[in-house]
Design a protein around this ligand. Structure first.
Ligand code: 4AD
Ligand code: MG
Length: 460
């Protein structure tokens, strides 16, 4: 028979909030020391076992025969505590544990890199295997977990089917050439699969085929891009949520994006209250108000053409962009996107109907023959977090476009979807890590990913 594991911090807090935590109840917990101070008569340990964001206060008495030993327990050490619950509704923490016994389970050596002080993000990145213990990362990774759960909840509650699209593929779904190659033997790169294998940049093409069988589907998994851009918003490996809906157009797609984003943001605000308070105080002042504002506004929809006109007007009015040469047909840079969402709209905005030349091959050509039925969702301080579109369902138009770009090899199956019961359909990709930055106020994508992979960096 297996021995029962100890209680958790989380269980105690949940019991407390349920008004079920009883004064005098004896408990045993196992966890780590976040702080230990004593004044000779009484000592206090800030204790956390990782199951809950908040610490539990352990009090040990000067009369305890092992007092001196307890007073020397080190920051970071793993301990087992047995004691009784004391309710302290007037104090900062709603209850504490009065220890009868503390056992050292794993000492923490003097050279522990994580100290009880503020460390720089760069330093913490370098000790990525320890940083989940730091408050900031404890909060961020908890929110990451809740956000992932909220995403599945939203779709599952609405009958969307979750599809596992492959990570190894022979297609460059975006046609942008930013793929990592998968090779078993460098001397014979195509031998293993008898194909040019690469890591997926997007699950979209595969998930489209499932939408044409199951109507509403989504994939949510890692994607990989060999973009050599060293920015705070680009990672070589990141997670993407890609829903695909059949019998739907771009308007339906934008309705879905808006409803989905509001749901998952609300879910995090409701279920990560302590973590979000922490973000609001230490990471981005006002982030909770910012998110509540998103919940309460209707996202603006504006065409790319209108966006360009507004940017040209801004330049005429004296606004200085790093790139001030604004013309119809240009690919917008982050500074332009941010101007529109931060200065003009002051909130989330969909930019739609982009010039066909600057968007991916699969997007539906509009009747003007110049633009495609695409939408990017831009948000303040972040820029683009979602890219979506209605897909080209016309076989002839799609094959012509793919041939023009030299991107028609190996994608017969994708084209055939247009022949065998094709229908209008649409979808989008939400950058999970970028959304997490937006929600927490973290400024660098490297600090929302457990083990970031970026150009020039592959530690751990
Ligand atoms: O705009 P993208 O390239 O769109 C697609 O991949 C489509 N296949 C999606 C679809 O329609 N199913 O990427 C979608 C989102 C971006 O808006 C951005 O949030 C994120 O993925 N993203 C990145 N996030 C982190 N690092 C990178 N290098 C990223 N590249 C894109
Ligand atoms: Mg995009």
């Amino acid at each position: 028979m297996s021995q029962k594991r100890s209680l958790t911090n989380r269980q105690l807090f949940l019991e407390f909030y349920d008004s079920k935590l009883e004064e005098g109840k004896e408990v045993t917990l196992e966890g780590w020391i976040r702080a230990n101070r004593d004044n000779g008569n009484v000592g206090f340990i800030a204790f956390n076992d990782g199951s809950y964001f908040k610490n539990t206060q352990i009090v040990y008495d000067g009369n305890n025969k092992d007092y001196e030993q307890y007073a020397h327990l080190k920051y970071g050490a793993a301990i087992q505590v047995t004691g009784t619950i004391k309710l302290t509704p007037e104090a900062k923490q709603p209850f504490e544990i009065h220890a009868t016994n503390i056992t050292l389970l794993g000492d923490c050596s003097e050279d522990y890199p994580l100290q009880k002080k503020r460390h720089s993000y760069e330093f913490l990145r370098d000790i990525a295997y320890l940083r989940p213990r730091a408050n900031t990362f404890n909060a961020v990774f908890r929110i990451r977990n809740t956000l992932a759960y909220a995403i599945h909840r939203y779709f599952q509650e609405r009958g969307f089917m979750y599809v596992h699209t492959p990570l190894i593929t022979a297609n460059d779904a975006e046609g942008a050439g930013q793929v990592f190659h998968v090779i078993a033997d460098p001397k014979h790169p195509t031998d293993f699969f008898n194909a040019n294998a690469c890591l997926t940049v997007s699950g979209q093409l595969h998930v489209e085929s499932f939408a044409l069988a199951f109507r509403d589907v989504y994939t949510f998994g890692p994607t990989f891009r060999a973009e050599n851009s060293n920015t705070t918003r680009h990672a070589s490996e990141f997670w993407m949520i890609e829903p695909e809906i059949a019998f739907a157009d771009l308007e339906d797609d934008m309705d879905l994006i808006e409803s989905f984003l509001k749901y998952i943001i609300k879910y995090v605000l409701d279920n990560c209250k302590d973590e979000m308070e922490f973000c609001n105080t230490f990471l981005e002042k006002g982030v909770i108000d910012k998110l509540n504002h998103v919940l309460n506004t209707t996202f603006r929809r504006m065409t790319y053409t209108e966006g360009i006109e507004l940017l040209q007007k801004a330049v005429k009015g004296g606004h200085k962009f790093e790139n001030n040469d604004i013309y119809w047909g240009m690919d917008l840079q982050s500074e332009h996107e941010r101007y529109l969402t931060e200065q003009v709209v002051k909130g989330p905005v969909f930019l739609t109907d982009y010039p066909k030349e600057i968007k991916a091959f699969y997007m539906k050509l509009n009747p003007d023959n110049k633009t495609v039925a695409a939408c990017d969702l831009l948000v303040p301080s972040e820029g683009e977090i979602v890219g979506g579109s209605q897909r080209e369902e016309d076989y002839e138009k799609l094959i012509a476009k793919m041939k023009e770009l030299g991107n028609d090899k190996g994608l017969d199956w994708y084209l055939n979807l247009r022949k065998y019961g094709g229908c209008k359909h649409a979808g989008f990709g939400l950058g999970f890590d970028r959304l997490l930055m937006y929600i927490t106020g973290i400024q660098n994508i490297r600090d929302v990913q457990p083990y970031p992979r970026t150009p020039g960096s592959l530690k751990y």
